[in-house]
Design a protein around this ligand. Structure first.
Ligand SMILES: Nc1ncnc2c1ncn2[C@@H]1O[C@H](COP(=O)(O)OP(=O)(O)O)[C@@H](O)[C@H]1O
Ligand SMILES: [Mg+2]
Length: 288
């Protein structure tokens, strides 16, 4: 029975109007008889202990306030149930998790890590490549570079290293320009729906600043190969099955490869898949 349950949807002031999943989720929770309230994670006036569950929804500034955010997750965990749970958040907030998954046999986009203290040019001579911080979301500080402008890319890496951040360099997977990125959404380990996301990074020309394309989202039916890779990702997790997971894949000549696994505050694209918010809510109820 769900009656009487109170669920907090954790967001942040700057994200509330941007989170397109909130209306559908609130409506599906209401239909299930669950009282839900959208709360800013950093609002000191919220008493999290009054909720049966705190569902991470759009805490989209956490990458810039990571220590503060993880400390908040710890506090909430001591008071009530955090979903996804703290140990998943801790592991998933840093893209070093890609290395763990690769070690467990998951095909990931070729990824080179550069740690603080290492040389900023310690990455392969790719024709075209992407530089991003290991702790990142929303394409922030993520740039696409070409070989001819390698010096500029190295300066970008150095800039991130100087901020004390670990850096990722990947070859630019150019099939994204035509085929796009595929995001598969799973609730409690069961496939719910998928979308296609158009390419986000424009090519840099010379020293020009990059532009960012607006996200172009469409429903997509994943290929069998994409389903298979997503299953391998879920099987490779060393945690209990997460309530929600979004698995972002890029198409490569060797088949689909994992770009990102989102277990913290992913956009779930409810409005592109009828009934999907209700599916999440029914799995949530199982856990309450
Ligand atoms: N190696 C890559 N090849 C092609 N496009 C990439 C690559 N890495 C990132 N991108 C583009 O940048 C976007 C953001 O990168 P992503 O790794 O998903 O980080 P986040 O979403 O956490 O910022 C992706 O959606 C994709 O469009
Ligand atoms: Mg992404």
């Amino acid at each position: 029975m769900s009656a009487g349950f109170r669920v907090a949807l954790a967001s942040v002031a700057a994200a509330r109007t941007l989170d397109e999943d909130l209306p559908e989720l609130l409506s599906a929770l209401g239909t299930a008889g669950i009282a839900a309230q959208v709360c800013d994670w950093d609002d000191p006036a919220v008493d999290w202990s009054t909720f049966e569950c705190v569902l991470l929804r759009s805490t989209w500034d956490y990458t810039q306030r990571l220590a503060e955010f993880l400390a908040w997750c710890e506090r909430v965990t001591a008071m009530t149930r955090l979903l996804n749970p703290l140990e998943l958040v801790r592991w998933n907030c840093d893209k070093h998790y890609l290395r763990d998954l690769a070690e467990r046999g998951v095909p990931i986009v070729e990824t080179c890590f550069i740690e603080s203290g290492e040389a900023a040019d310690a990455f392969p001579d790719y024709a075209e490549f992407v530089v991003k911080p290991a702790v990142s979301a929303g394409s922030r500080d993520t740039r696409r570079h070409v070989r001819a402008a390698r010096a500029e890319a190295i300066a970008h890496v150095q800039h991130l290293l100087d901020q004390g951040r670990s850096v990722i360099v990947q070859p630019y997977i150019d099939a994204v320009d035509s085929a796009g990125e595929t995001a598969l959404v799973y609730f409690d380990g069961a496939f719910s729906h998928a979308i296609r996301k158009g390419p986000l990074l424009q090519r840099a020309s010379g020293a020009t600043e990059l532009l960012f394309a607006t996200e172009q989202i469409d429903p997509r039916t994943p290929t069998q190969a994409e389903h298979d890779v997503a299953q391998r990702v879920l099987k490779a997790l060393s945690f209990p099955v997460p309530l929600y997971a979004r698995i972002d894949l890029l198409p490569t000549p060797d088949g689909p490869r994992l770009l990102e696994l989102e277990l913290i505050e992913p956009s779930l694209f409810f409005d592109h898949a009828e009934g999907s918010a209700a599916r999440l809510v029914s799995q949530l109820i199982q856990r309450l």
